[in-house]
Design a binder for this molecule. Structure first.
Ligand SMILES: [Mn+2]
Length: 322
């Protein structure tokens, strides 16, 4: 299953804290920054295991990521290979080519595979690779989920954009103030396995063949509805919000600190970047980032909002929990 593994798989007296990231080659530099920030704020007495689920990873990126390993933080690499479930998702994604089909890579769905691929863990964290830790991630791991399947932060973007709000309520049947962002997840893997999360999601993809706005996130909200613990905003703090108390910053908006100046919390990103082998590359690629690319992104956002608006006008929800 895993091709590359680094760091001894220590049999530790202290339990291990599994943290999952999902990437392709293009996101490796930002994942490195996430990991560097996680290590910076880690507790030397605790043991962290970062697991990178990927579809394509060059040797150069593999070695650069592997170089981040420390005594208390190991890194495992796991290439997601084809399975029946994945094939369904890949085929489904391949059909999405229109404007507003922004999240059309199967990699977005990899977080849904964690519970099934890792039966040895009962609890895990998933974080996006456009995040920077400002606190020990062990503090997130220690939060008691109670009867809930996942812990996540309510998505402020939905609350602030009327089209998204209507989409979530009408097309998904989820109250907008319950709809969470899937960029930071504390997951009860045992419960995920119990409800057969992955096969349920794939079944819904097959049944409804819906062209959703934020696919994996929409499925998570529909499937886990009523069983989601709403975490403090500090664990998924986003630019244009309050970053002062942030424990984790998520550059979730379309402006990324590695592309343009003036993104709130950008200093945190660059501090972490300095600790990776990517620092100079990141500075260079930022210089190359053009106004044209920014315009393309803005058009994509507009298309996404338009899509949300159209879908919110349908009479019935476009997916249902099966
Ligand atoms: Mn993100």
């Amino acid at each position: 299953m895993s091709i590359f593994n680094t760091g001894k798989s220590l049999i530790h007296k202290n339990r291990v804290i599994p943290v999952f990231l999902t990437i392709s080659d293009d996101y490796a530099p930002y994942a490195a920054c996430t990991i560097a920030s996680l290590i910076k704020h880690s507790n030397t007495k605790k043991h962290y295991r970062v697991v990178i689920l990927y579809d394509k990873l060059s040797f150069r990126n593999y070695f650069r990521l592997r170089n981040l390993v420390t005594k208390n933080c190991e890194i495992q690499f796991h290439k997601i290979t084809h399975s029946l479930y994945l094939r369904t998702i890949v085929n489904h994604c391949a059909k999405k080519t229109g404007a507003g089909d922004f999240f059309s890579s199967a990699v977005y769905y990899y977080r849904s595979f964690i519970a099934r691929l890792y039966p040895m863990y009962n609890k895990a964290i998933y974080i996006d690779s456009d995040t920077i830790l400002c606190d020990d991630i062990a503090n997130l791991y220690d939060i008691d989920l109670g009867d809930n399947i996942v812990g996540a932060v309510v998505d402020k973007k939905v609350e602030n954009v009327p089209e998204f709000r209507h989409y979530v309520e009408n097309a998904l049947g989820v109250p907008y103030n319950e709809y969470v962002n899937s960029g930071v997840l504390l997951i009860d893997l045992k419960k995920m396995r119990k409800i057969r999360y992955l096969s349920r999601m794939v079944n819904m993809i097959n049944t409804f063949d819906a062209n959703l706005v934020a696919p994996d996130q929409d499925y998570l909200n529909v499937i886990c509805r009523g069983k989601i613990l709403h975490l403090s905003d500090a664990w998924n703090a986003q630019p244009n919000g309050d970053l002062k108390k942030a424990k984790l910053v998520h550059y979730n908006l379309f402006k990324k600190p590695w592309q343009c100046d003036g993104v709130e919390g950008e200093d945190l990103f660059w501090d972490a970047a300095e600790k990776t082998g990517y620092y100079n590359d990141l500075l260079e690629s930022k210089k190359m980032h053009s106004v044209k690319e920014t315009r393309i992104k803005e058009a994509q956002v507009a298309a996404l909002i338009k899509k949300a608006d159209e879908l919110s006008k349908l009479k019935e929800p476009i997916i249902k929990n099966l």
